[in-house]
Design a protein around this ligand. Sequence first.
Ligand code: PLP
Length: 353
Amino acid sequence: MSRFLSRKLAGLEAYVPGEQPKDKRYIKLNTNESPYPPPKNVVEAIGKAEIEDLRLYSDPECTALKSAIAEQYGVDTENIFISNGSDEILNFAFMAYGDRGAVFPDITYGFYSVFADLYGINAEVMPLKGDFMVDINDYCNKNSLVVIANPNAPTGIALELSEVEKIVSSNPDGIVIIDEAYVDFGAESTVRLTEKYSNLLVVQTYSKSRSMAGARLGYGFANEQIIEDLEKIKYSTNPYNINRLTQIAGTAAIENQAYFDGNCRKIAETREYVKEELRNLGFTVSDSKANFLFAKSDKIGGKELYLSLKERGILIRHFESKRIKDYNRITVGSREEMEIFLKNVGEIIGGKV
Ligand SMILES: *Cc1c(COP(=O)(O)O)cnc(C)c1O
């Protein structure tokens, strides 16, 4: 840190992304990426002409992309905000709506507390209940910024639509963000509720279910006034936040619904298979609706399993924080990857008895 850094930032603890090691090729089950490539029409959409056009700025209004998303979700373009990864929407929303504090669970996406710190927002952190359940009563009648990942990360556990609606309807004077990064793998989306509630912001991403983490593309749904707020921040920081190639790729990807549906279904099926197999190996595994599983074993510590698998060329995610240090978060890869994963876990655990 230099002596010039703003005092406001000196104490900030930055978000730590999952590791992306370059020393060898791993089976990567640590950052919830898709095992499947983007659809073929994305590859076909980007050719020499599109690359040569990189000399020009991108469309700050993301016109084509917004129309494609609007059509797919049956909403108006005025109700959509497009961002450089959904992290950027979350960033803007904390910046915009944190004045009266923020409320989120103790075990959830690590970025929420980083954004709260970044903007000096008073965070009320609600412990998850036994079995890592979100108790919706903890988030009702707050009228500050309420932030819920649904399904939650890293547990994968989802709330029902009616439960989310209770949180939204009981906070008429505060923004409720529902982070639906994993919603496509089996939970119920709240997108439709944005027509009914003017305080709801639903955030989704191309990074997980749409196989485009590297493109950095997120989008949010909300009423027009909220979208205007977010646009104001975008035009005050980085009007060309979505690059040309990503706009083209994102537009093409959303048009291939059948491929997308097939991938989500395959991942959900593989998830259920791995969950059962892990339970057979004696693991405690939560009922995930996401593209990952959250699991612990009485036979081996979370960190030890993580390190043993890493040695064998398989990366999973271990978190050091106290309440979940016995657990690991395991991204659901392809069926073949997961069979290799399970075989190795079986060997590691078998050596323990
Ligand atoms: C992965 C993830 C995101 C954001 O990812 P982007 O790549 O920035 O779109 C947001 N929320 C949760 C809960 C996530 O797991």
